[in-house]
Every structure is written in C-alpha cells, then in structure tokens.
Design a protein. Structure first.
Length: 310
C-alpha cells in the first residue's frame, strides 16, 4: 500500500468517524465542542507527566481523554440547567480547563519540554511511518485506531438512531415518551470527545475540528432529511480527503491544510449553489416573491428549516 493511499484512507476514516457525529452537533448547535476539546486536554497531558513522569503517546492520550470527557460533561451539565446557552457553556468550560493546564505547565513542568506536536497534535502526512502488526500484517496505526473509532461510532449511531433523532429535533417531546435528552446528549458528547482525542495524535487537532464541523455544515445546506444529511456528511469528508491530498500534491503544500481548504471550498459551493437554501436560490425566490407581490424592494426571505426525520 502506497504512502499516498494510506494518507487518503486515514483522512477518509476520520471523515467517517467524524461525519457520523457531526450532523447531530450541528443540529444541537454545539459544533464548536470539538474545538473546545482540543484546548481542554492540556491539563490531562500535564497530569500524566506529574503522575507518571512520561510523555509516551498512549498515557498522554488516556490523560487527555479523561479531561476531554470531563469537558463535555461539564458543558452539558451547564447547558442542562437552562441558565446558560450551549455556546456560553462551551465558552465557560474550555477556557477554564485550558487555563488550568497552562498553570500546571508553569508551576510544575516549566523546566520540562512537553512536545504537544509529537504527543497529541499530530500530522496526517506522518501516518504511513507509524505502523503496528495485526495478525502478521503490518498496518498503519492511525488507520487501525480510526477504523475502530468509526466502527464504534457507527454502532452507537445505529443503536441510538431514534433517540438521537428525537432529542435533536424535539427534546421536550422526547421526555414525554420516556427518552432522556440529557443521557443521550452526554453519550453523544462523550463519543465526540473520544473520537477527537483518538484522532489528535494521528491527524492533528485542526483537521479533526474541520472534519467534525465543516462537512456537516455543508450537508445541512443540501438536504432536509437527517439520514441523507449523515450520508452526505461522510461523503463530503471523503471528497475532502481525496481532493485535499491531490491539491497538496499539486501545490507541494501541507496535506492537512489542503484538506481543510477543500472542505471550506465545498461549504462555500453549497452556500452559493444549494438548490433550496443557497444564496443564488434564495435570491431567485426573493425576486419572484417581489414580482408576485408587486414590491419594488426586497422585503421577504425564506428561513432555513432544520432537516426533518425520514
């Protein structure tokens, strides 16, 4: 297997793992949770050094995962009080945890070089060089980890499809039929935290945040059906992985950067050309509405509706 194919497959597996969860974050308006997790893991890295005096990747990932889960649980708990909106809860929790990590570094590890790039914030271009042996076959570790995460997320979403769908669109109704929105939300957020932390070492924090948010936001502009939205999110992620790699190869540029730029280009294309919610379509709708009403200026616009369940 060539190095280029390994990089593309790694990006595609990340797109699958992130794409299965991203639409639910977008619908619940907590898309920036993945970015919050990338900052909140710092105290976990410091704690691993203080307890075990090690910077090995596996212990660091475990410590980071613990604080990532604490971060999402704290955000969800604040949001569940009804006193703090989701965006404010994110803005309250992750700066506190990140500040705790900064204080830990300055007070207890100031003379130690904690190389975050090599322990948690990886680079997708290096994935072919770190391998492990499975059943006598040498496999890139990133593909093995992300493949396992993608499979776990698929099982979770399949098992809780009705619950995720109900709590995403109507939490109050979910409560009346015996579904706990808080419990489902926390399971989803923990899955996001674990996905993000497992992917950080392999592909880097920026690419994880990109693949969780941008393809889902793009698919949100293209369809009103939740099932199709999830499928489109995964497909767009794969397009970004393949297209971004080709752009990086042609420009001799950063692969992760090119994948992120390709994702942004897909979003802009959907924003302009979406058949129903794109800027062009809405401009045509406004023009027709003004003409039908005999209005000389723009006075009407069509709001975006959330995707509906199949």
């Amino acid at each position: 297997m060539s190095d280029d194919l390994i990089i593309i497959l790694t990006g595609g597996l990340l797109a699958t793992a992130a794409g299965l969860l991203g639409p639910f974050l977008v619908l619940r308006r907590v898309a920036l949770l993945s970015d919050a997790v990338s900052h909140a893991v710092l105290p976990g890295i410091v704690a691993v050094w203080l307890v075990g005096h090690t910077r090995a990747p596996l212990p660091v990932i475990v410590g980071a995962a613990v604080f990532a889960v604490l971060c999402v649980l704290a955000i969800d708990t604040l949001r569940a009080t009804g006193l703090v909106k989701a965006d404010a809860a994110i803005g309250l929790v992750f700066p506190a945890l990140f500040s705790l990590g900064v204080l830990g570094v300055t007070q207890f590890a100031d003379d130690i070089h904690l190389d975050l790039d090599s322990t948690i914030y990886g680079e997708i271009a290096f994935t072919p060089f770190t391998t492990t042996t499975l059943l006598g076959v040498e496999i890139p570790r990133a593909m093995l980890v992300l493949g396992g995460v993608a499979a776990a997320n698929l099982i979770l979403v399949s098992a809780l499809w009705k619950e995720l769908k109900a709590t995403s669109f109507d939490p109050a109704f979910s409560t009346t039929i015996g579904i706990s929105p808080q419990r489902v939300s926390r399971l989803l957020l923990v899955a996001v935290a674990i996905t993000a932390v497992c992917a950080f070492e392999s592909v880097g924090a920026i690419l994880v945040v990109t693949f969780i948010i941008v393809p889902a936001s793009t698919a949100y502009l293209l369809t009103d059906r939740l099932g199709l939205m999830v499928g489109l999110t995964v497909a767009i992620g794969w397009i970004c992985s393949i297209g971004g790699h080709q752009v990086a190869f042609a420009m001799d540029a950063s692969i992760a950067g090119a994948m992120g730029l390709t994702a942004a280009a897909c979003f802009v294309l959907a924003l302009v050309a979406s058949p129903k919610y794109g800027l062009a379509a809405r401009a045509i709708q406004r023009r027709r509405a003004r003409k039908a009403a005999g209005l000389p200026s723009e006075t009407w616009s069509s709001p975006h509706q959330q995707p509906t369940s199949p």
